[in-house]
Design a protein around this ligand. Structure first.
Ligand SMILES: *[C@@H]1O[C@H](CO)[C@@H](O)[C@H](O)[C@H]1NC(C)=O
Length: 238
């Protein structure tokens, strides 16, 4: 009898110590105006290092924070300025946290199919924050969906080739340093029908984020959720 009681206690303790499931996903396919911009995954989106593990990045200052990839993609997708974009996710994006999109213009003489996106070249075109209901329950845009939220390529974005970077930052463990989880990928695109805007502020990856940025080292259960601001520069909307 004593033995079984002990056994039950051990099982109960093990269950109590269970961590919430890790949020694990990748964003392998870009959609433009609701249509797939690539027939197969990883055709214009650069295959990420976590394709199999699906593990996120926890330290936002490492080189992988830029595109998390070690190979380029085969094609470049044409994306009209003003178009709506989103990505499909391999798993439900079940954890709370913002989605952000960035663009970086490919320098003259280079190609989106080979350029590495280095330097202070990235500008943000979208971020978001949660809504809160009467029970103080917070919900993030597209949370629990198999896709990321819609964003618009600003109409004033100049024509040319770009890298488009999507990121979702899972904040459920973010009250501890280097425990926010970054899920991201980069796509090779060519913007057409654009304008003559001057996108900015421009930032570098790595460089744009520090581990203790208030949007990264944060307890989202104790801040006013509507006061949350995603890390990185202000959004450029054209
Ligand atoms: C996202 O954009 C697509 C394509 O324009 C549209 O069909 C869909 O309704 C949009 N979803 C939301 C939630 O706005």
């Amino acid at each position: 009898m004593q033995f079984f009681v002990s056994l039950l206690l051990i099982v109960a303790t093990a269950q109590a110590h269970c961590k919430p499931p890790p949020s694990i996903y990748t964003f392998p396919r870009l959609f433009v105006n609701g249509k797939a911009a690539e027939e197969r995954d990883w055709t214009v989106t650069r295959r990420t290092k976590n394709e199999n593990s699906k593990q996120g990045i926890e330290n936002p200052t490492v080189a992988d924070i830029r595109c998390y990839s070690n190979q380029n993609a085969a094609s470049i997708a044409t994306v009209p300025a003003g178009a709506t974009i989103h990505y499909i996710s391999t798993q439900q994006v079940n954890h709370p946290g913002p989605t952000q999109y960035y663009l970086a213009k490919v320098p003259a003489g280079q190609s989106a199919s080979t350029w590495d996106g280095s330097g202070a070249v990235w500008f943000k075109i979208y971020t978001n924050k949660p809504t809160v209901d009467a029970q103080k329950q917070q919900t993030w845009p597209a949370q629990n969906e198999y896709k990321t939220p819609n964003a618009t390529i600003p109409k004033a974005t100049p024509d040319g080739e770009y890298l488009l970077r999507v990121e979702h930052i899972a904040l459920h463990m973010a009250m501890q340093p280097n425990k926010a989880q970054f899920y991201l990928s980069c796509s090779q695109i060519k913007i057409t029908g654009g304008g003559s805007g001057t996108p900015g502020p421009l930032v570098a990856f790595p460089g744009a984020y520090k581990s203790n940025d208030p949007g990264i080292l944060v307890n989202i259960n104790t801040i006013a959720p509507e006061s949350y601001v995603g890390p990185g520069p202000a959004v450029w909307s054209g």
